[in-house]
Design a protein around this ligand. Sequence first.
Ligand code: ADP
Ligand code: S3P
Ligand code: MG
Length: 174
Amino acid sequence: MPQVRVSNIFLVGPMGAGKTTIGRQLAELLRWEFVDSDHEIEARTGANIPWIFDIEGETGFRQRETLVIEALTQRQHIVLATGGGAIMRAENRAALHARGTVIYLETPVERQLERTARDHNRPLLQTPDPRAKLTSLLAERDPLYREVAHHIMPTERSSARDVAFHILQVLGLR
Ligand SMILES: Nc1ncnc2c1ncn2[C@@H]1O[C@H](COP(=O)(O)OP(=O)(O)O)[C@@H](O)[C@H]1O
Ligand SMILES: O=C(O)C1=C[C@@H](OP(=O)(O)O)[C@@H](O)[C@H](O)C1
Ligand SMILES: [Mg+2]
């Protein structure tokens, strides 16, 4: 089979998978542009994510997210870190899968909990039982991450740097 040239890398996975961190490192290694859909939503809106959730609800946030994903996935040579729920809408999954190489950063709930514990910018985790929330989100979303992904990369036992190098290796980019 002829090797398909990778022109974009799109990272998907749950909160705390390392999409933002690994995405930035990958972009540096490739000298590609790094974009994070959450940062782009905040820049376009002029408000941070907790504010958007407060004022417009999750529905408003998801509408903004779809507009941003539609726009960003049309670019070339970018590494895009999506938000953990970006794969919920079929139109987002279609854009991601068709316009780039999608990597699922597969991460168990215990690791997600450790990595998100000190951060208050994730409205869905402002709940008395974040473990239960992450568990139910993963049950719902894991099949969708798998559906949209071209490659699945575990992050449980590796540093962000090692995951980034491993992705480059798997994609034949180094
Ligand atoms: N493989 C990893 N091992 C250890 N810590 C990690 C790893 N990947 C990310 N982190 C840390 O976890 C936190 C959340 O990472 P982040 O990139 O914001 O995740 P996401 O964007 O997927 O929600 C950050 O503090 C980051 O440094
Ligand atoms: O899982 C989710 O639904 C969300 C994940 C967040 O991004 P990260 O996955 O980068 O934390 C952010 O988009 C928002 O808080 C909602
Ligand atoms: Mg992120």
